[in-house]
Ligand binder design. Structure first.
Ligand SMILES: Cc1cc2nc3c(=O)[nH]c(=O)nc-3n(C[C@H](O)[C@H](O)[C@H](O)COP(=O)(O)OP(=O)(O)OC[C@H]3O[C@@H](n4cnc5c(N)ncnc54)[C@H](O)[C@@H]3O)c2cc1C
Length: 469
């Protein structure tokens, strides 16, 4: 199979154009700036008691606190966040809020074919419940439900576009969003978009109004090991004696030894343009405001903001040896440059548009590409992580699963194999690094060879260990 150049490489803009477009950009998260001032909460100082202590102030933790109070308004719920609410993945993601709980139908079909109908039903119910909660709690987070449009940009992707009911021909897809690269598309009308940081901050506001006691700058250092009674949750300046604990710490070092090999941090990079002028908007169309992604193994995702900017992210997904989350990994000029090149290859009519912001974030990748769950400490501590880049909608479902597990009552959620079984752990270093780099190299090669995956990738796919971002 001869290697070929991708459409992004064939249509690369001039280096001068890319330099000019990036020159004024700041390395800051647009969403967090656009959500200021956020509600702020003081640190935990001294001793407290609780029915439930939630660790982590991203979506998974915030939904757990909110849903716990909605199940039982009298419950004493404390939420501890090590830094600030929503500063991490939840404040800096693309805002694609999808129904899928399995990181897409194909992954669900491969891993849990017997459960797929049930998973689809629960995923749609979760997204409908998400919309209902946004309305009932008055969450001002720019929730909109324009659906997701996936586009074929290479000939070998055309058959993928035709699978499923939302197929659009080249003319139809270009009438929606105009790019000379788009060959066909598939419009799934279910998905939603949110303003990521506002969602996190609004969930915190709603949680506080429901009576949740929130503390920022309260890094949990230890979960106690007592043989009976409540669990001690310790921070530098205080502790909570809690009947139950929900850990929603995502990509950060887990507080449970048993969960430490299930995830690795993969860095994902994002650009945001300045607001488009009326003429620039006319040149692209996009009146229906869909979330958009292409069908490559290494895919791009893009969407509009309320003030008509374009967010353009994805493609590069970078793992750094040693599994660490580090601010310095967010500064990767080559990834931002590549994104800018691909942006202008996709939208040459937007020549002259400049980027205002660039940022990155760590994704908690696990080998099953979607969240896993568990109980520890005599069933009093529940945990979840592993959303692998699709956690905006799924975090709300994960919150319900953790509360079900802690309640000890079987539900349709806790009966799922997806919930009961753990993913295959990543090996320790240096094997993890070598394996992940090889998998990424293979995906890149597949994108340069009409989608063909090499024998190792096919073997990993068969074993359910195929790699994705
Ligand atoms: C660039 C990027 C783009 C993405 N785009 C999308 C998208 O478009 N759609 C989608 O569905 N998903 C997307 N994702 C993934 C999505 O953002 C995450 O799956 C989701 O936000 C995870 O929420 P969380 O609450 O589990 O984690 P986080 O938001 O990371 O929150 C975890 C919190 O726990 C805190 N914490 C950790 N350890 C401790 C401790 N010991 N004590 C106290 N606090 C602690 C951290 O400080 C952090 O605030 C993207 C992710 C990134 C990085």
């Amino acid at each position: 199979m001869p290697s070929h150049r991708t459409v992004y490489e064939l249509n690369a803009p001039s280096p001068a154009l890319v330099d000019a477009a990036l020159s004024g950009s700041r390395r800051e998260v647009f969403w967090l700036q656009d959500s200021a001032p956020a509600p702020r909460f003081g640190p935990l100082v001294g001793q407290a008691t609780a029915d439930l202590t939630v660790v982590g102030g991203g979506y998974a933790g915030l939904w757990t606190a909110v849903r716990a109070k909605r199940r039982n308004p009298a419950a004493r719920v404390v939420l501890l966040e090590g830094q600030q609410i929503g500063w991490a993945a939840s404040g800096r993601n693309g805002g694609f809020c999808e129904a899928s709980l399995t990181h897409g139908a194909a992954n669900g079909r491969n891993r849990w074919p017997d459960e797929l109908d049930e998973l689809d039903r629960l995923g749609l119910a979760n997204l409908d419940g998400f919309a209902a909660d946004v309305a009932e709690l008055g969450l001002d987070c720019q929730f909109e439900r324009p659906g997701m449009l996936t586009v074929a940009v290479e000939a070998h992707q055309l058959d993928w576009a035709k699978a499923g009911p939302g197929y659009l021909t080249q003319d139809q897809v270009r009438a929606e969003i105009d790019s000379p690269l788009f060959l066909a598309g598939n419009w799934d009308r279910g998905g939603a978009l949110v303003h990521p940081a506002r969602l996190a901050h609004e969930l915190a506001r709603a949680a506080a109004e429901l009576g949740v006691e929130i503390h920022e700058h309260s890094q949990v250092t230890e979960i106690g090991h007592a043989r009976s009674g409540p669990v001690a949750v310790r921070t530098a300046r205080g502790s909570v004696r809690s009947d139950t604990v929900a850990l929603a710490t995502n990509v950060f070092p887990t507080l449970l030894r048993r969960a430490r090999l299930f995830t690795v941090p993969i860095y994902d990079y994002v650009l945001m343009t300045e607001p488009l002028s009326g003429a620039q908007q006319d040149a692209v169309g996009w009146r229906n405001r869909q979330g958009l992604s292409d069908m490559a193994n290494q895919f791009h995702y893009l969407r509009l903001t309320a003030d008509h900017r374009i967010l353009f992210g994805g493609y590069d997904a970078i793992y750094h040896y040693g599994r660490q989350v580090k601010e310095s990994y967010e500064d990767r000029p080559a990834s931002y440059r590549r994104l800018a090149e691909h942006f202008f290859a996709m939208f040459p009519q937007l020549e002259g548009v400049r980027f205002s912001h660039r940022w990155a974030g760590a994704i908690d990748a696990c080998t099953q590409f979607c969240a896993f769950y568990g109980l520890a400490r005599r069933g009093r501590v529940a945990y979840t992580a592993g959303f692998t880049g699709l956690g905006v909608g799924a975090a709300r479902f994960a919150a319900d699963v953790m509360l079900d597990l802690l309640a000890g009552e079987p539900t349709e959620r806790t009966a799922l194999s997806m919930v009961r079984r753990k993913p295959v752990p990543f090996p320790p270093e240096p094997v993890a690094s070598a394996g992940i780099q090889f998998a990424r190299w293979s995906l890149d090669r597949a994108d340069h060879r009409e989608g063909h995956r090499n024998p190792l990738m096919r073997t990993l796919d068969r074993l359910g260990l195929g790699f994705d971002s």
